[in-house]
Ligand binder design. Structure first.
Ligand SMILES: Nc1ncnc2c1ncn2[C@@H]1O[C@H](COP(=O)(O)OP(=O)(O)OP(=O)(O)O)[C@@H](O)[C@H]1O
Length: 470
């Protein structure tokens, strides 16, 4: 007969996760630890904070409110004081409580940045390897600052990512209220309609391509343009200026040093955070001689999950869906509008051939420089000649703010002058629409737009590389 082992009973009693009924699970998160979970693509996990305090990447959860996390999501709930969470509706793909949270480190960093928030707040640039937790860190820092009544500018320079906009954009948003943890794009914007929280108004420059390397010159030009707009905002809004700027980026290596320099100059960066790569820190220290910039290395969280291409595409499609249709708790009603093709100017970014610079042993080709005065706009974007269903079907279009451009002049001419491209690239996006149907015979285009409009607020549509299928 088997003997009773008291350690088994002890381990059952110690287990932090217990099934309190058939379908509702309880997780206990000890202080300074985090519960990491992953939800499968087709599932929806419901979650409630039933005791203590908890946050997701810096955004506090409200007690006893039901949160829904739609599939394909990898997150963690951290607690400073310890908490109890209930979850139900589906079993996560994986879940565990980890003692190895990086939040203590993020908090120390936040307190350091907080000291700089006197007249002009810190301008922070976050760089690091792919999936090293750059976005999680930026979200956390922005949320902590917001909690202390600041309004930091959260800037996203990763065109594969999306913050209050859809993918393909470089954006800057003043964070004036909680981020929406249920929404993959962090929340609704003024363009999409109602919101739980104070609506965010992202400033977006449409890049339109998926990877920054698809057209480095255009990418760098838009960084300069966004930097200018952010500086204007800081000059006109003392609260935002005092709060500072937090810049999220794609995975750069030292080979992209010229782009890093471009960002540093455009956003007047004074704190450079390198996540998880000592090598990158050492290389940057060698190249960056500016004493006004503080370089700091942060550890990569052991919770970071690799996002493969398929997963990123799923998230991108979801962000587009949520842009038009909202989330479960706050469903939006987009509108269809039919317009004449001939009434619009279509511009699209040019995809340039990928140049492999790795053979240059870390130094960049001179050709890659974008001297500010001598940009050749023909290399950045082009006018779409004869737009029709073959080019437009299912595409995502950016509504370019052309209020200051004499668009009639361009509509009535086939001119491919490079001066034509510049004003459009210098403009911001007013929002996005999706091509539901393009009737070549009738010359009509049916678009899905987020808000009800009699007519589109622009005559210029920027055709992105992104497609959406309902
Ligand atoms: N502590 C954590 N626990 C669980 N999941 C986490 C944690 N930190 C990050 N993640 C997840 O790991 C993935 C990678 O993190 P994140 O997107 O922040 O990295 P990134 O460096 O910004 O990625 P990219 O290089 O694509 O820009 C994301 O799905 C994120 O939600």
């Amino acid at each position: 007969m088997a003997t009773f082992d008291p350690s088994i009973l002890q381990s059952i009693l110690n287990k932090t996760k217990t099934e309190s009924s058939e379908s509702v699970n309880l997780v206990e998160v000890p202080p300074f630890q985090e519960w990491r979970f992953e939800v499968a693509a087709k599932d929806k996990l419901k979650l409630k904070l039933v005791d203590g305090t908890a946050e997701i990447f810096g955004t506090e959860l409200s007690p006893n409110i039901e949160y829904a996390f739609q599939g394909s999501i990898k997150l963690c709930v951290f607690s400073f004081s310890g908490c109890k969470l209930q979850f139900w509706n589906c079993q996560p793909l994986s879940e565990y409580v980890s003692e190895e949270s990086c939040v203590g480190q993020y908090l120390t960093l936040h307190l350091g940045l907080e000291k700089q928030r006197v007249v002009e707040g810190p301008r922070v640039l976050v760089i690091g390897g792919k999936d090293s937790g750059k976005t999680a860190l930026c979200r956390t820092l922005a949320s902590y600052a917001e909690k202390q009544d600041h309004q930091p500018m959260l800037v996203n320079l990763n065109p594969r990512d999306f913050q209050f906009v859809i993918p393909g954009n470089l954006s800057a948003t003043a964070i004036s209220d909680l981020l929406n943890v249920e929404n993959v794009a962090l929340g609704e914007s003024v363009a999409t309609g109602p919101s739980f929280y104070h609506q965010k108004q992202p400033l977006a420059k449409t890049f339109g391509l998926e990877k920054f390397s698809d057209n480095v010159k255009l990418y760098r030009y838009l960084i300069q343009q966004l930097g200018k707009s952010v500086r204007r905002r800081l000059d006109n809004d003392l609260k935002v200026k005092k709060s500072g700027v937090i810049v999220d980026t794609p995975a750069f290596t030292i080979k992209e040093y010229d782009i890093i320099e471009e960002i540093v100059a455009s956003f007047n960066i004074n704190v450079l955070l390198i996540v998880g790569s000592e090598r990158l820190l050492v290389d940057l220290k060698k190249k960056m001689q500016n004493p006004a910039i503080t370089l700091l290395k942060l550890n990569k969280s052991s919770g970071c999950v690799d996002k493969d291409d398929k997963y990123e595409r799923e998230l991108q499609q979801r962000s587009i869906k949520e842009y038009f249709y909202g989330i479960d708790r706050l469903q939006l009603s987009p509108y269809s509008i039919t317009v004449n093709l001939k009434d619009f100017i279509f511009v699209r970014p040019k995809e340039t051939e990928h140049v492999n610079l790795s053979f240059l042993s870390g130094d960049l080709a001179d050709d890659d420089e974008v001297p500010r005065e001598t940009v050749n706009f023909k290399q950045l974007a082009e006018r779409v000649k004869n737009p029709g269903s073959d080019t437009l079907s299912n595409s995502i279009l950016s509504l370019v703010d052309d209020s200051h451009i004499d668009t009639l002049k361009y509509l009535n001419s086939d001119d491919d002058d490079e001066n034509l491209i510049k004003p459009f690239l210098d403009s911001s996006s007013l929002g996005f629409c999706y091509v539901q149907n393009c009737n070549d015979e009738k010359g009509k285009l049916t678009l899905l737009v987020p808000s009800p409009v009699q007519q589109l607020p622009t005559r210029t549509l920027l055709l992105t590389q992104f497609r959406y299928h309902e």
